[in-house]
Design a protein around this ligand. Sequence first.
Ligand SMILES: C[S@@+](CC[C@H](N)C(=O)[O-])C[C@H]1O[C@@H](n2cnc3c(N)ncnc32)[C@H](O)[C@@H]1O
Length: 231
Amino acid sequence: MANLNKWIIRLLTRLRDERMIWDLMGSLYNRRIYDLIAELYTHIAQQLPSLRTARILDAGAGQGYLSVLLASHSPDAQVTGIDYSLIQVRRAENYRRQKKVLNCAFEQNNILSLAFQDAFFDATVSVGSIKHWPDAHRGLTEIHRVLKPGGCLMIAETDREVSDDNLRKFVKGFHIPFVPEDLLFWGLRHVVFGQSFSQDTLAAAVNRAGFRNIESRKMDCCPYVVVKAWK
Ligand SMILES: C[S@@+](CC[C@H](N)C(=O)[O-])C[C@H]1O[C@@H](n2cnc3c(N)ncnc32)[C@H](O)[C@@H]1O
């Protein structure tokens, strides 16, 4: 039974990271996540160093909530949101149009081999994406490559060490029709949060990719960890 459980978790984790799943199911996630982590987006927008005319990369932008927020905070900056799912890119482009934000663009691009020249961006942000990269080190090394020396990275991910109580609160907000709450809790515990990063492992991964002056914290508003670091 324990083996079957492990096998199901492994299978679901593989599915979780498939681009096709984001093509098909992305809107289910996109519709629910904003209200749950809006304060995290605001935190990142406030904590990024003043970037008036900067080029900013949002790696694994999904629907583009953070890209659009950053672009509206800094009207002279240029934000590029990338995602490997073309359908997520289209969803983000629709969202940008709805919000009438002009200094932001979305494109299909894989974090593991970014189609940008070295030292192109002044800052990079990424929320909830790194756990899906088949090679997190390679993704972080790519981000390091495309950042200018002195550029800032802010990366956030679901907290592997979240308590059951905090995860239950998150599950209530994530509610998916016809999926019983206990099943959703099991899935998030074992397949999402359980296969994610802790504050320490995320900071260590960022460090291994060559970033310095690393600060990390757990968010109070939602079960995510955030790492801020510099090239
Ligand atoms: C959990 S969603 C987070 C989306 C968005 N950052 C947010 O805050 O809502 C993860 C996103 O990362 C994208 N993604 C996963 N692996 C990727 C890769 N290797 N390259 C580019 N995007 C990737 C997925 O398509 C998905 O849109």
